[in-house]
Design a protein around this ligand. Structure first.
Ligand SMILES: Cc1cc2nc3c(=O)[nH]c(=O)nc-3n(C[C@H](O)[C@H](O)[C@H](O)COP(=O)(O)O)c2cc1C
Length: 168
């Protein structure tokens, strides 16, 4: 389904939606042709269903990395930790080898997990839905674990840290 509207300008859309803080997640897998790691940053990762355990994220139809990852049928999601700004920059850039300066190891499914992340979720892709200029990717969770530290947060176009709420 493609929705076209002239009512909302892209800048306004970005500005208003930028007021919604998100986590910063690296979705990664293996390039199906080369076997090399491939990945990108998403701010749209979220839980979808508890039973069965499903998660989802949106990826732009212009993404260069997702078509490389898709054919394997598996991906890993690494929730970045406060301080992993450089990982975010590398994974949201356009360079050929995004993993050159990034510490990672392999999941049981052969997908790259970012070392030092705040949490990891290993998934099998079960569905892709069209959503305008993005695809909604649904993954079945096959494994998950937590790390340490606080999450990296994206808000109003900037990366920042999470502050413990003062209200108890
Ligand atoms: C904080 C943050 C959140 C992002 N969220 C998304 C997202 O949810 N979906 C998406 O497709 N791109 C998102 N991006 C942009 C991609 O990471 C960026 O376009 C990247 O270059 C895509 O890489 P690729 O072309 O190798 O797939 C985000 C970038 C940042 C910095």
């Amino acid at each position: 389904m493609t929705t076209s509207t002239s009512i909302i300008e892209p800048r306004q859309f970005r500005d208003v939606m930028g007021h919604l803080p998100t986590g910063v997640v690296v979705v990664a897998g293996r390039d199906h042709e080369r076997g090399t790691p491939a990945g990108l940053v998403v701010g749209t990762f979220q839980s979808l269903s508890l039973d069965p355990p499903l998660v989802c994220f949106s990826v732009a139809t212009s993404s260069r990395s997702w078509p490389k990852i898709r054919p394997s049928g598996f991906f890993s999601a690494s929730v970045l930790t406060d301080g992993q700004d450089a990982v975010c920059r590398a994974m949201s850039g356009k360079q050929e080898d995004k993993f050159a300066e990034v510490d990672w190891h392999e999941s049981a499914d052969g997908c790259p997990q970012i070392i030092g992340a705040h949490a990891w979720i290993d998934c099998r892709t079960v569905q892709e839905l069209e959503g305008g200029d993005h695809l909604i990717v649904i993954g079945e969770v096959r494994g998950m674990a937590t790390g340490s530290g606080d999450p990296l947060v994206f808000h109003r176009g900037r990366l920042g840290g999470y502050r413990e709420p003062l209200h108890a």
